[in-house]
Every structure is written in structure tokens, then in C-alpha cells.
Design a protein around this ligand. Structure first.
Ligand SMILES: [Zn+2]
Length: 309
């Protein structure tokens, strides 16, 4: 097996924009970092010491997005950025951010990946860490029927199935392994929401940064013209329509199964909170941030027990 080297960024990158859930505008600076740093967020608005490492022990909430926190320093909706870093093989980076939530950008990981690809990554003088587990780990959620299995293997791979009982989505499957072109197959896939959830989300101030550019909207149940017009009003656009496949025409899909691929994007980001790539075959059914991050935590617990023996 060839030994892969750790990688960091070749230069700094700045991303600014509003967060999907809080609507708060953040400026983020991604900076190259030394070997074995991992991914570390720095809340620059809270001072010189407000660091939070992107590891599973620091996960503080998984309600609709993944939030990490240490002391006062909390950063939410980290999953798409984490996915871009893991998907492109960036091991070490410091992320300065001056507010509570990572900008949603277009709801995917595309802009990060385009930036990294343009300049390439910098290889560092230390071997990349792969996580090797002594046995299989399975986590299941009886309420939702979701499960994730991690089965030790020579090389990392993920197979995922999405089944929301949705006529529009159907059953979607997505796959990743080291031969997958993450930047093309997965990174551009945007987040999605069901039409019938949107009014609730808006009324409860849960998607203050949501707009027509950053989410696929799935229209599962019949809706009235008034409801569609009201949503157009919330989104600040003159009009919206439902296409023949059951999606709102606010944007064009990049892939027919873009939603399933986005779930894979999320899972790659959440699992990277284990602290490295796991030499395992991952099988995920109806994954979500809660079960994804529980698995990342379980992996770290197994490793820490092994190391303490
Ligand atoms: Zn997502």
C-alpha cells in the first residue's frame, strides 16, 4: 500500500455569507496549518483563545445541521465545509470565523472545492492517518429506522440509501470510494427541504437564511396556488411553479438523484468528525446528522479504549 501524505491548503481562502438557520452573516478565512493540526475552528470575534476542534466529542447539537462547541465557542452548520475538506483530502486547516454559523453559500460544497482545485493542495511531510477499527460498529435508530454500519475493510467506501417514503424522491442510492471524483459527483449537490416543512421553518425562525438559491424544494403533497405564492413572497421572487417531477422551479437539478448525493455529502462531512478516514465499508440507511455524528463519536470511543489498553 502506498503511504499517503497529509495535506493542507496552498493559500488562504475567504468565504462570506449568511448562515441557513440563523441568517447571520459570517466571514470565514481558511488557513493552511501544520501537520497533525486536523480541522480547527477559531471564533475570532470571541478572542484569541476561542478554538473548537472539529471532532465528534465537541458536537453540541444535530438539529437540522451539525454544531460543534467548546466553552463559549460554537460553530454551526459545519457539515458541508467538513465534507469539502474530507472529500478533497485536506487534513490540516485553521478556519477563522467571526460569527456563529458557516455561510450556506449555494447549499452545497461546490465553492470550497472549486477554490481548492484551482490552486491544488500542499503535501506535507508526514503520513496521513487512517483509522483502523478492531471490529464492526453498528448504530440504529428504532424510531426512524435509520442505521449506519461500519465494517473494517482494506480501503474506505460508503454506500448510502435514502428512503423518505417520498413519491418525488423515490429510493435513492449513492456511493463513494477513493476512486470517486468527489468534486464532480458529490460536491455540487445542494441541500433540500420538503415544501410542507417550509412554512413551519419560516414561522419558527429556523431558516432565516433560506432563499431560492440554496435549497431544492420537494413538493410531496398537493399545495394551493396561494401557498406557492406565499412562498414566492417569503423568497422575495415574483413567482414560483412546481415542475412535472414534483420539484419547485426555483432551481434546476444538477443530477436526478441530487438529494441522495447531498445526503452522502453530509455523511462524509459528519463522519470526518471521527478525526480521519476510516478503513472501513460504511453502509448507511436514511442517515442524518444525529446518527452520523453518533457514529463518529463511537469510532473515537473505540479508538481511545484501544489506545488506553
Ligand atoms: Zn447538508
Amino acid at each position: 500500500m502506498t503511504i499517503k501524505k497529509q495535506k493542507t491548503l496552498n493559500q488562504e481562502y475567504v468565504f462570506s455569507g449568511k448562515g441557513l438557520h440563523t441568517g447571520q452573516v459570517a466571514k470565514m478565512v481558511l488557513k493552511p496549518a501544520g501537520v497533525n493540526t486536523g480541522v480547527v475552528f477559531h471564533r475570532t470575534d470571541l478572542g484569541d483563545e476561542a478554538f473548537v476542534e472539529a471532532i465528534a466529542e465537541n458536537v453540541s447539537s444535530t438539529a437540522r445541521s451539525t454544531t460543534i462547541a467548546k466553552g463559549e465557542a460554537s460553530v454551526s452548520t459545519i457539515e458541508h465545509l467538513m465534507s469539502a475538506l474530507a472529500g478533497m483530502g485536506v487534513d490540516n486547516v485553521i478556519i477563522e470565523i467571526d460569527n456563529v454559523e458557516v455561510p450556506i453559500l449555494d447549499g452545497s460544497a461546490r465553492y470550497y472545492v472549486e477554490a481548492f482545485k484551482k490552486d491544488g493542495l500542499k503535501e506535507q511531510d508526514t503520513a496521513k492517518e487512517y483509522i483502523t477499527l478492531p471490529g464492526e460498529i453498528e448504530i440504529a435508530d428504532e424510531k426512524t429506522g435509520s442505521y449506519i454500519k461500519v465494517i473494517p475493510s482494506e480501503t474506505p467506501s460508503i454506500d448510502l440509501t435514502v428512503d423518505f417514503g417520498s413519491k418525488v424522491l423515490g429510493v435513492q442510492k449513492a456511493h463513494w470510494d477513493c476512486g470517486t471524483d468527489y468534486s464532480y459527483e458529490i460536491a455540487p449537490c445542494r441541500t433540500f427541504v420538503f415544501f410542507h416543512e417550509i412554512e413551519y421553518l419560516f414561522q419558527n425562525n429556523l431558516v432565516k437564511g433560506g432563499d431560492v438559491e440554496n435549497a431544492i424544494v420537494i413538493v410531496e403533497h398537493p399545495v394551493t396556488k396561494e401557498q406557492v405564492d406565499r412562498l414566492a413572497g417569503l423568497f422575495n421572487v415574483p413567482s414560483l411553479e412546481i415542475d412535472s417531477n414534483g420539484y419547485l422551479n426555483n432551481l434546476q437539478l444538477h443530477f436526478p438523484d441530487e438529494c441522495g448525493r447531498h445526503k452522502l455529502l453530509d455523511l462524509i462531512g459528519d463522519l470526518s468528525l471521527a478525526g480521519g478516514l476510516v478503513n472501513a465499508r460504511v453502509e448507511a440507511f436514511k442517515p442524518g446528522h444525529s446518527i452520523n455524528t453518533r457514529m463518529a463519536k463511537a469510532i473515537r470511543e473505540v479508538l481511545s479504549k484501544l489506545n488506553n489498553k
